[in-house]
Design a protein around this ligand. Structure first.
Ligand code: FES
Length: 176
């Protein structure tokens, strides 16, 4: 598949480039533009980013593969990152993960056949006081999970409805 940025993307990329004295630091935000546009940054998309920024492909590849938040392959529409690190584990993180595996009919690391959900097990997401929790597609946090709350979340996402989030204060940023 041939990937191309839209005119709007290219305008945004120019704005990003203008923020830095050199083009190299623009790699991270431009990879985000690409991921938002295509849903992933698989190698063809990395090549497009490199070409657009006039940077070596190896540099863009190095950045994209360093951060797990960049998806190097196609994912489901909703990527569910379930934390099973210490606090979440003690509060039932594995129960939530296993429940999701059963509910979605996939194992961790897999995507449902309809392309709607990808399920991942991840390390601490910095919301240990709200364990167990999961994050949806690098964005919203769903905290204090129970099986019932997880079922409700999946029902809403299946209908592409916006799930309910609790506003919580985090030391470095505000998450919902
Ligand atoms: S242990 Fe799950 S957010 Fe920290």
């Amino acid at each position: 598949m041939e990937y191309e940025f839209t005119k709007e993307d290219l305008k945004e990329i120019e704005k990003i480039k203008a923020k830095y004295p050199e083009v190299m630091p623009a790699t991270l935000p431009v990879l985000w533009v690409a991921q938002n546009r295509f849903g992933h940054v698989e190698p063809e998309v990395q090549r497009l980013v490199a070409k657009t920024l006039g940077l070596p492909e190896a540099h863009v590849h190095g950045v994209a593969t360093f951060y797990t938040q960049y998806y190097k392959e196609k994912k489901g529409k909703y990527v569910l990152d379930v934390c099973t690190c210490l606090s979440c584990q003690l509060c039932g993180g594995y129960d939530i993960l296993e429940h999701l595996e059963k509910t979605l009919g996939i194992k961790k690391g897999e995507t449902t056949q309809d392309g709607k959900f990808t399920l991942n097990e991840v390390e601490c997401l910095g919301a240990c006081g709200y364990a167990p929790m999961l994050q949806i597609t690098n964005d919203k946090y769903i905290n204090n999970l129970t099986v019932e709350k997880t079922d409700k979340l999946i029902d809403m996402l299946k209908k592409d409805e916006e799930p309910e989030y609790e506003e919580i204060e985090m030391p470095l940023r505000k998450v919902k």
